[in-house]
Design a binder for this molecule. Structure first.
Ligand code: PLP
Length: 394
């Protein structure tokens, strides 16, 4: 059995040991319901408020503007449905992009069925929106702009500050799905004029099944879940206390170590890409060259099937992704890769590697060695490749 080498940190991360240590007491010692008035209830409530302050500090907002949710997808649903429904009297137009996560795209479908009109912005070959295009698509009915901070497949980081300025000048609410950005990129919601922001703990060494949403004070956003009065009446349900403690701890740790973490990931990623370029022909590196998450590498290998590549890597103990985690298992080429202009057959041969805390240069050498061998084997079994080689050799 091969040692597991994990290169899929955009799908999820292991819970950091110190984060876990902070969470543990809230399972079976401080297990009170935070709504209860006795001591263990009060202790749980206190822990939630401490986590709220940590999250607020990380993105520069007020703790009162943070609400805990069950995941990044819920935060996205909350932002879009909540804002759209609360501001319906002002207009029914929403602007987003073609490369959003399904948590946004499928929520937009629901809103379309409720009578909202959705504009999906194109992106260029690097995955960036065009700012003039955004300006031109705004109408007097536009109530919400939702544009992801960083893309989960190709890592491209959007010009969030510029978008925030435009939204503010037009009095339009601006939401950003920052599930991939939080813990990887510096975020200042005040300076960037962000009105709502989604995050998810499991992307930055916190636990799965807990997220948060920042809703700027004064932004009208309906709740989407009815029930009790938790989270200032905005999100019903007994809080996931241990999870929330984990989120708070993880986000604090992420921002404390951001510079060195980014530098480490960038070094590993750049080394990996240069080794692949050196050793494997007929490849294309996707995503923006500089405005990209430091740990993200998305490479299309021509004449290779991505699923077959993943299975072969798995046999060597390597965990990676062919596109986004949510779309793996489907044989459809990724909507993000199609949006940046890749043809179907190239998009289907794409490998997403996302580096993390525990990866080393040795891991990268192992990965590249395996890739060289597997890619060549797969190509040798591809009639398209053999035809191509025959033609080029003539
Ligand atoms: N948005 C983006 C950009 C993501 O990458 C993901 C998860 O991969 C989500 C939203 C959904 O987050 P969660 O898995 O916490 O629901």
């Amino acid at each position: 059995m091969n040692k597991i080498r994990y290169f899929d940190h955009a799908a999820t991360t292991a819970v950091d040991e110190q984060v876990l240590n902070e969470m543990i007491p809230y399972f079976s010692i401080e297990y009170g319901n935070p709504s209860s008035i006795y001591s263990i209830g009060r202790n749980a409530k206190k822990a939630i408020e401490e986590a709220r302050s940590r999250v607020a500090h990380a993105i520069n907002c007020d703790a009162k503007e943070i609400y805990f949710t069950g995941c990044g997808s819920e935060s996205d649903n909350f932002a879009l449905k909540g804002v759209a429904r609360a501001n319906r009297s002002k207009g029914n137009h929403i602007i987003t992009t073609k490369i959003e996560h399904p948590a946004i795209l499928n929520t937009c479908k629901t809103l379309k069925n409720e009578g909202f009109i959705i504009t999906y912005l194109d992106v260029d070959e690097n995955g960036l929106i065009n700012i003039d295009d955004l300006k031109n698509r705004i109408t007097d009915k536009t109530i919400l702009i939702s544009i992801m901070f960083a893309n989960n497949e190709i890592g491209t980081i959007q010009p969030i500050e510029e978008i925030g300025k435009i939204a503010k000048s037009k009095n339009i609410i601006f939401h950003t799905d920052s599930v991939q950005a939080v813990g990887n990129v510096e975020i200042d919601v005040r300076r960037m004029n962000i009105d709502l922001l989604s995050m998810s703990a499991h992307k930055f060494y916190g636990p799965k099944g807990v997220g948060a949403i920042y809703i700027r004070n004064g932004v009208k956003c309906n709740k989407i879940q009815d029930g009790g009065h938790q989270e200032k009446n905005k999100r019903a349900g007994t809080e996931n206390v241990a999870g929330i403690v984990g989120l708070g701890s993880a986000v604090q740790r992420a921002y404390k170590n951001l510079k060195s973490y980014n530098a480490k990931l960038r070094k590993l990623r750049d080394y990996y890409e240069s080794e692949v370029e050196k050793n494997i022909p007929y490849i294309k590196i996707n995503g923006h060259k500089t405005n990209r998450l430091p740990g993200n590498s998305n490479i299309s290998f021509k004449f290779v099937d991505g699923e077959a590549l993943l299975l072969n890597l798995d046999m060597k103990g390597i965990c990676a992704s062919a596109g986004s985690a949510c779309s793996s298992g489907s044989t459809e080429p990724s909507h993000v890769l199609l949006a940046i202009g890749l043809p179907d057959n190239i998009a289907k041969g794409t490998l997403r590697i996302t580096f993390g805390m525990e990866n080393t240069k040795d891991d990268v050498d192992y990965l590249v060695n395996c890739l060289v061998e597997i890619v060549q084997n797969l190509r040798n079994n591809s009639s398209e490749y053999l035809e191509f080689i025959n033609k080029t050799n003539k």
